[in-house]
Structure formats: C-alpha cells, structure tokens
Design a protein around this ligand. Structure first.
Ligand SMILES: Cc1cc2nc3c(=O)[nH]c(=O)nc-3n(C[C@H](O)[C@H](O)[C@H](O)COP(=O)(O)OP(=O)(O)OC[C@H]3O[C@@H](n4cnc5c(N)ncnc54)[C@H](O)[C@@H]3O)c2cc1C
Length: 476
C-alpha cells in the first residue's frame, strides 16, 4: 500500500498535464489531474490554441478571402459577418475537444479532481472548488505542475473586457470592431491582428521593439508585413504605448511620441505570466521567477526531485505540441522509464493570415554560425496546385549547407504552411540532404511539390554553369 493517494498528481489539464497523466497511467500508475470545472483541456482548448484557430478558420470561411483571386475581390460568403457567426463554430469545437479529453482520461482511469490546487507540503495539495470551500487534501508520490500561463496585464492599462481586451477577452467581444489597435506584435498579437484585418477591421499594430517575430527568418517576416499591409494593416514599430484611454466614442491609444490612435477596440497582447501565484510554491520548496515561470533541468526536474513542471510554466517554446512531449517525458522520468531526448529541431507555426511555419535555421542564424549555405525558393503561385486553389501569395524557402548539401532549415509563408512543414521536419531530423528532394517524386498537383521546386532552385544556384555537376543533378 502506498502512503499517498496517487502515484502521480498533475496540476492542470492542458496538453502537458494530460499527456503526463496518460503516460503515467500507461505505465500502470494511479494518476489524477486537478483542474477547474470550466477549464478542462487548459488554455489550449478554452482560451488559446483551439478557439483562436477555430476563429481563424471561421474568418477565412465567411470572408472567402482565399477565394478572391478566383472569384473577384468583392467575393464574400456572407455580407455581414457577426461575432455570433464566428463564435458558434468555436463553441462547437471546444465542446467536441473537451468530450474527447474527458473520455481519454476516463479510458485510462485518470481521476479528474475539480478545483484549484495549492501546495501544503511537497507531496500534498489542497483542492478547493471555490474561495469559501475549505478544500480537501490530495497527496501523491510524484507531482507534475502543468498550470500554464495567463495574459500579462500591465497595471496601468484599464482592461474592461469590452473596449480594452487581452487575448482571453477577444473571445467575449460583442461586435466585430471597425477599427482596432493591437499592442504587442508577438505571435498572439499578430495572429489576431491578421484575423481582424481579414474581417475588414482597420488594424494598427504597435510594437515597442525595433523588430518583431525575431525568431523567424527576416525574409518571411518582410513578406508577412507586405501581405498584412495589403489587408490595410498599419505598423507602428519601435514605438511604445504611453497610455490607453476609454470614452463613450471608443479608445485613444497615445504613443510615447505623442501620436494618438483612436479605435473601437484595443487588444493588449503584452506577453504571458506563469499561473504559479496561487500554488503556494514555497510550501513545496520551490520558487518562481518574476514572470511566474519555474526553472527546470534537462530532465524537467526542479530542486525538489519528485516535482516536474512542464508546458508553458517553464517558458520557451510554450507550444501545445512541445508541452505534450514534456508531459510524457516527465512521467517517464518520474517512473524510471527510459526515454529518448527530443530531437534538436521542432516546428513552429504562426496562424496569421497568411500562416507561417518554420523549422531549423534561418538565414540570419546560418550567417551568425558561419555556416556557408545556399537557398532555394518556390512560390505557390507557380505551382499547379496553387493555380487550382487560386493562391496569389505564399512561398517556401529552404536552406542547404554548401559543403554537405544537408538541409539546414525550411521557412514557409502561405496556405498550408503549418502542415507542409512536417516534410521538412522529417528530412531535417533524419539529417537528409538536398538530394532527397531532387530525387523523389511528389504527388502532383500538390503544394508539397514546392519542396521539389525549391530544391531544384537551390541545385541550380549551386551548380548552374559548373562544368560537371554531381550525379544527382544529371538525373534531375
Ligand atoms: C491565444 C493563444 C493562441 C495559441 N495558439 C497556439 C498555437 O496555434 N499552437 C500552439 O502550439 N500553441 C498555441 N498557444 C500556446 C498553447 O496554448 C500552450 O502552449 C499550451 O496550452 C500550454 O499547455 P500547458 O500544458 O502548459 O497548459 P495550459 O493549456 O496553459 O493549461 C493550464 C491549465 O492549468 C490550470 N491551472 C492553473 N493553475 C491551477 C491550479 N492551481 N489548480 C488547478 N488547475 C490549475 C488552468 O486552469 C489551465 O486549464 C496559444 C496560446 C494562446 C493564449
């Protein structure tokens, strides 16, 4: 008999928490997940990934934006698109996702404990369903902290959930605004800015730093800026916000330069804060940094050996897929199950309009590391599939090492980028070369054919004009 209620207790039911609990259950351990009643599936299902991506899909469907090259610039499925049109789909998808998660947990005999957890000692938490609830104690041999993050709210900004909103508030908006200021050009800010721009909202993006999405290849960011300007987005880059005021007519965002930007709505997207403040981490012998994040070692351990934080609460890369992997790996470490370290490269997706995805090195990184490289580019409007789909935007760029022809990185902006990237991911992580793309036939007509086109482009840049080319070039 164990001295504890469970072998593993997971705090938080987002992607990291779910996968940790299920992995423990598959190892024959007794696992439980603590979560608030209305948040099954975490930020991912309820306020983050899934609602924002569903909203994007609804925006593209109702606006017919991607069909305008085929059917004319005024093409739109519905004349007046309402918030209800957009949110109906979101609620439907959240409902479906929550059902699947509940059933997966139940199938694996993972107990779901409703409430908010707070440590009382390193092996025990109190779970309360409300402020007045005295709570009940739950103990476990091992604990996974998967509490995620919430939007950071600078105290000087008066969020009212209507005119001045954060990324959670977007999902409660009553109307599609005519004008909008988006403060913060991080991934979330850019995604929502582009969705509202696609809906016809005149969007101004304000970003204090001189660059944004710095982790992306700069050519891709330039292309995104171009496409967003085409949707009437204005940029105020390198300009800080001094204040946001609200009156009966709407909002006024005043920049440090004195520039005043009136708008119906301000979306303030100023990063995210780890949700560790209610955990009483000290009782577990742990601490968080000033952004609420918990530091971990390579095996996701803390100074307290049996406690493993995973997901957004440990910071970068703060993605759903990497959080899931961290959850699984933490459970394996906790119960002595051998587990491979994750591959060096993972894909990154930004669901802006148009979407972006990347894996591996950017041109800037290759230059910084002193790796000689060549690029190959394929434009979607030059592929047959692109013609059929009516695509007039989007391209793929691949980087190859000059000496070894090894694939170094793939960068895509345009339709299907977040799906297409996985071909590049496989070749990159299996240490493949340019030759793979040149030698293999791809389904035709597909957007994946862009891999072949970009590879041949790189091949030509490398060897065109050479007296002899390596064998594969003759075949190509
Ligand atoms: C607007 C937005 C869009 C995003 N889009 C994408 C995307 O397209 N792709 C992508 O990969 N990622 C995206 N993300 C990030 C993704 O949602 C996160 O990486 C992922 O949800 C992190 O998972 P997690 O396991 O850390 O937990 P989270 O999903 O953050 O969930 C944590 C859970 O813990 C619970 N919790 C917190 N404290 C306690 C407590 N004390 N007791 C009990 N429960 C508690 C919370 O209620 C919450 O349900 C997006 C995020 C946002 C906000």
């Amino acid at each position: 008999m164990s001295a504890y209620d469970y072998d593993l207790l997971v705090i938080g039911s987002g992607p990291g928490g779910q996968k940790a609990a299920i992995a423990a259950a598959k190892l024959g351990r007794r696992a439980a997940v603590v979560e608030r009643r209305d948040m099954i599936g975490g930020v991912c299902i309820n306020t983050g990934t899934i609602p924002s991506k569903t909203l994007r899909e609804a925006v593209l469907y109702f606006t017919g934006l991607n069909m305008r090259d085929l059917y004319g610039q005024s093409y739109q499925l519905k004349e007046e698109i309402t918030v209800q049109d957009l949110l109906a789909r979101t609620q439907h998808v959240i409902g479906r996702e929550t059902e699947v998660i509940r059933s997966q947990l139940a199938r694996n005999r993972v107990r779901l404990v409703n409430g908010t957890a707070q440590f009382v000692d390193p092996h025990t938490v109190t779970v309360r369903s409300s402020e007045s609830d005295p709570g009940r104690k739950v103990s476990a041999e091992k604990i996974v902290i998967a509490v995620g993050t919430r939007p950071a709210r600078p105290p000087e900004i008066a969020f009212d959930g209507r005119r001045v909103v954060d990324s959670d508030g977007v999902l409660n908006m009553e109307d599609v605004p005519r004008t909008m200021v988006v403060v913060g050009a991080g991934v979330i800010g850019i995604e929502y800015a582009s969705m509202f721009a696609a809906l016809g909202t005149r969007v101004t993006i304000v970003e204090a730093r001189e660059r944004f999405l710095e982790f992306c290849d700069s050519e891709i960011v330039e292309a995104l800026k171009f496409y967003l300007r085409d949707l009437s987005v204005s940029f105020r880059i390198g300009e800080a916000v001094a204040s946001v005021d609200v009156d009966a007519a709407g909002t006024i965002t005043t920049l440090a330069s004195g520039k005043r930007i009136p708008a119906d709505t301000v979306l303030y997207s100023a990063g995210r804060q780890g949700a560790t403040d209610v955990l009483n981490l000290e009782a577990a012998g742990l601490a968080a940094d000033k952004r609420g994040r918990i530091e971990v070692d390579d095996e996701l351990r803390t100074a307290v050996e049996h406690i493993y934080p995973v997901g957004d609460v440990i910071g970068f890369p703060a993605l759903a897929a990497t959080s899931m992997e961290q959850g699984r790996i933490a459970a394996c470490h906790a119960f002595g199950q051998p587990v491979q370290a994750p591959p060096e490269f993972f894909p990154y997706g930004i669901y802006s309009v148009p979407e972006i995805s990347m894996i591996g090195m950017s041109e800037e990184e290759a230059r910084e590391k002193g790796i000689p490289y060549e690029c190959g580019v394929a434009r979607f409007r030059e592929t047959s599939r692109g013609h059929i789909m009516g695509l007039d935007t989007g391209f793929m760029k691949m980087l190859f090492a000059l000496e070894t022809r090894r694939l170094l990185g793939v960068h895509i902006v345009g339709e299907g980028a977040t799906e297409l990237i996985h071909i590049g991911q496989a070749v990159l992580n299996l240490e493949g070369t340019l030759d793979y793309f040149v030698e293999n036939a791809f389904n035709y007509p597909t957007l994946a054919e862009a891999y072949k086109i970009a590879a041949l482009d790189a091949w030509n840049r490398l060897y065109q004009g050479a007296a002899t080319t390596p064998e594969v070039a003759e075949e190509a």
